[in-house]
Design a protein. Structure first.
Length: 219
């Protein structure tokens, strides 16, 4: 995919490096020169110095051919403006904005801007780490008891298939990370010790698969 990222702070630089490592075509826009140093000398992407909502700079960064645009600058206003330009002017199919001030959420929704609320996301992660120790937390969907979780498998999972691990109506495997590769497995995919499994799970499913999961002190 071709991905344009506006903002090179901690979030933007981390995203850029991760996407580039996965083989995506990444461009980063940032108006502060010193922030671009976060990418390092091995970053395999393009760097564009300037404002995230500068149309000419966006074109220079390849926005016209982008599959996704992410605005994660420290300014909610800049993120909102940049995403609107990417969506409405350039027709980028997938756009996401960072939102730090929750009071602006209604404005983002009214303008049909998909966003990630930083403060709320952090608070949910902390909440889950304290009260829900079944799995490492990824995402909780509002209005339901289904979460996206990850679990590292122990030696008992060796030669167990995805179909054996899944629990109908309670746990469905989405991906398996093994060493440096990520697999989208079919039901017959054979699991191994130390595989990192990402799955959709309902509350209370731990007891059904606990025997296959490494204890935190073993990880």
């Amino acid at each position: 995919m071709r991905i344009v990222i506006a903002g090179c702070g901690r979030v933007g630089s981390d995203l850029a490096l991760a996407f580039a490592e996965e083989g995506h075509d990444v461009s980063v826009i940032e108006h502060r020169t010193e922030m671009l140093r976060r990418l390092g000398s091995t970053f395999d992407g393009t760097i564009h110095e300037g404002l995230s909502y500068d149309i000419e700079l966006l074109q220079e960064a390849g926005i016209e051919l982008a599959d996704a645009f992410v605005a994660v600058t420290s300014s909610d206003n800049a993120n909102l403006m940049a995403v609107q330009i990417a969506k409405q002017f350039f027709g980028v199919p997938k756009t996401i904005a960072r939102l730090d001030d929750p009071r602006r959420a209604d404005s983002y929704r009214a303008l049909d801007v998909e966003y990630v609320a930083g403060a709320k996301l952090i608070s949910r992660v902390i909440h889950e780490e304290i009260v829900n120790t079944e799995f490492h937390y990824h995402v909780t969907f509002s209005g339901g008891d289904v979460e996206i979780i990850e679990m590292q498998l122990n030696e008992r999972a060796t030669d167990v298939t995805v179909a054996d691990l899944e629990v109908a109506g309670h746990l469905r495997v989405a991906a398996v990370r093994r060493d440096t590769l990520t697999h989208i497995p079919d039901p017959a995919f054979t699991l191994r010790e130390n595989d990192l499994v990402v799955a959709a799970a309902r509350d209370g499913v731990l007891g059904k698969v606990r025997r296959y999961i490494k204890c935190p002190e073993d990880q």
